[in-house]
Write a protein that binds this ligand. Structure first.
Ligand SMILES: Nc1ncnc2c1ncn2[C@@H]1O[C@H](COP(=O)(O)OP(=O)(O)OP(=O)(O)O)[C@@H](O)[C@H]1O
Ligand SMILES: Nc1ncnc2c1ncn2[C@@H]1O[C@H](COP(=O)(O)OP(=O)(O)OP(=O)(O)O)[C@@H](O)[C@H]1O
Ligand SMILES: [Mg+2]
Ligand SMILES: [Mg+2]
Lengths: 256, 256
C-alpha cells in the first residue's frame, strides 16, 4: 500500500510546493516510485517539474469531477521514478462547483482507489487555504507533512491548522496522523528564525524533522528551469538538505 | 468619498499583509484617515496591528453575514488615524456558508455603504486565493494593489490574477482599476530578483511603483511585537520604503 502524504499549511509561501517537488524528486532518485498530485489551482508543482500547461490533456480537475480515471491523468516528469497528476487553472472553480456533490470531501480518496500499485509514496501539494481541496487531501492522506517558515505569521497559523486536522480526524479520516513538521527558509543570522524554530520544537517535539531547510537562492531559481533542485544543482546546500529529508521520510515509513 | 484599495494576489506569502499594515500605518502617520479591513481568516493583519484575538467582539465575519453594521466592528489600533475591522477564524467557514446567499459577491460593498465619511482610504487585506473573500474585496474596491514577490512562482500567477480582475470588471465592478504593482522582497544580490523585476516592469510599465520593497528582516520581526514598522523601527530601510510608498499612493490618489 502506498503512503499518501498531504503537504499542507494554509499560510502562504511557506515552502509547500518546493517541498513536494524536491522531496518527491530526491525520494525517486533513491529508488522509490513516487507520484506527486498537484491539487493547487496555481499549479506551481506542475510547472516546477517542467510540465508545459498547454501539453496537459487530463488534470486533477477532471479526475475529481469523475470525468477521467486517475491513471489516465498520470504523466512522467524529467525525473525517473517520479510521476505527476498535474493541476490546471480550471481547478480554481472546483471549490464552488463541488458544493452540491455528495461526499465532496472524499473525491480524492475515491480517485486514489484507481492508483497503480507500483507507487510507494504519493505526495499531495495543497493550496494556501483550509478549503475543500486541502480537506480532500487530508481525507485521502495517511499523514500530513507541515512545512513551517521560520517567521512569526507562520507560527500563528498553526493552531488553526491543527484544529482542522483534528476535525478531519473526527469526521472524515480517523487514521490521519502527523508525518512530520519541516522548518523551512531558516536564516541562522536572525534571532527570529531561531526563536520560531525553538517554539516549533517545543510544540511538536520529536515530530520536527532533524533536517532543517535553510534559505537558499538556488531553491528559488530551480523552478524557472522547470527542474527539481537535485537536477538543477545537485551539489548545493538546497539539494543536500532535501536529500537528507528524503532519507528521514523513507526511514520513518519503514519503521511503520 | 474614500478610496477603497484591495491588496490582493492569490500567490501566498508575497507581502499582502505586510503591505496592508505598513502602508496603512504610514499613510495614517502622514495625516490621512485610514481604515484597514482584514478579510483573511488567517487574521494576520489583525495580529500584526497588535489586536488580541480574545478582545474582538465584532469581526468582518459578522459584518458580511449582516449580523452587525460595519461601524460597530471598527476598532482603534496603536497608530493614530489608523482603524481596523478585524478578522477572526470563523471567517474560514464563510466561503461555503455564503454560497446560498444572493449577491454573495457584493456583501463587502454593501457593508461599506455604512462607512463613516471621515475615512480617506480603505485598505482590504485579502487571503491567498481567488475565492469569495477576494472577489468580495475586488467588487467593493475602486482599485487593486498587487504585491509581487521577486520570485519565479509569483510571476506565474499574474495571468490568472489579471484574468480574475477582468472577470470582476465585466460582471461585478466595471469601475475596478489597477492601483499599482509593488515589487516586494527584492534581493539585489540575486539575478532572479532582477530578472523578475524586469519582467514585471515590461508587463505593467508605469503601473509599477517607483518604490521597491527590499528583503529586510526588521519587517518580519515587527509583527511579533504587534507593531507596524514605522513604530517598531522607524529608521530602518523597511520603514523608509513603506513611507515612500505611502507618498506615491497618496500622490496618485490626489491626481485622481
Ligand atoms: N529554502 C528556500 N530558500 C529560498 N527560497 C525558497 C525556499 N523554499 C521556497 N523558496 C521560494 O519561496 C517562495 C515560496 O515557496 P513555495 O512556493 O514553495 O511555497 P508554498 O507554500 O507552496 O506557496 P503557496 O502558499 O503560494 O502555495 C517560492 O518562490 C520558492 O521558490
Ligand atoms: N520585505 C520583506 N522582507 C522580509 N520579510 C518580509 C518582507 N515582507 C514580508 N515579509 C515576511 O514574509 C512573510 C510573508 O509576508 P506576508 O505574510 O505579508 O505575505 P502575505 O502575502 O500576506 O501572505 P499570505 O498569502 O499567507 O496572506 C511574513 O512572515 C512577513 O513577515
Ligand atoms: Mg504552493
Ligand atoms: Mg496575508
Amino acid at each position: 500500500m502506498p503512503r499518501v502524504i498531504a503537504i499542507a499549511n494554509q499560510k502562504g509561501g511557506v515552502g509547500k510546493t518546493t517541498t513536494a517537488v524536491n522531496l518527491g524528486a530526491c525520494m525517486a532518485q533513491m529508488g522509490q516510485r513516487v507520484l506527486v498530485v498537484d491539487i493547487d489551482p496555481q499549479a506551481n508543482t506542475t510547472s516546477g517539474l517542467g510540465v508545459d500547461r498547454r501539453s496537459i490533456r487530463e488534470s486533477i480537475y477532471r479526475v475529481l469531477l469523475g470525468q477521467t480515471p486517475l491513471r489516465r491523468a498520470i504523466i512522467g516528469t524529467g525525473v525517473p521514478g517520479l510521476d505527476l497528476v498535474p493541476s490546471t487553472v480550471d481547478l480554481a472553480g472546483a471549490e464552488i462547483e463541488l458544493v452540491p456533490v455528495p461526499r465532496r470531501e472524499h473525491l480524492l480518496k475515491q480517485a486514489l482507489s484507481d492508483l497503480p500499485s507500483e507507487y510507494r509514496f504519493v505526495l499531495v501539494d495543497c493550496p494556501p487555504s483550509l478549503g475543500l481541496m486541502t480537506v480532500n487531501a487530508l481525507s485521502a492522506a495517511d499523514s500530513i507533512l507541515i512545512p513551517i517558515q521560520c517567521e512569526y505569521y507562520a507560527l500563528e497559523g498553526l493552531t488553526q491548522l491543527m484544529n482542522t486536522v483534528r476535525l478531519v480526524q473526527a469526521r472524515l479520516n480517523p487514521g490521519l496522523r502527523l508525518e512530520g513538521v519541516l522548518l523551512t527558509m531558516f536564516d541562522g543570522r536572525t534571532n527570529l528564525s531561531t526563536q520560531v524554530a525553538d517554539e516549533v520544537r517545543r510544540y511538536f517535539k520529536d515530530k520536527v524533522y532533524q533536517t532543517v531547510i535553510p534559505r537558499n537562492v538556488r531553491l528559488s531559481e530551480a523552478p524557472s528551469h522547470g527542474k527539481p533542485i537535485s537536477l538543477y544543482d545537485a551539489q548545493c546546500k538546497g539539494a543536500q538538505v532535501y536529500w537528507d529529508l528524503a532519507k528521514e521520510v523513507i526511514a520513518n515509513a519503514e519503521k511503520g
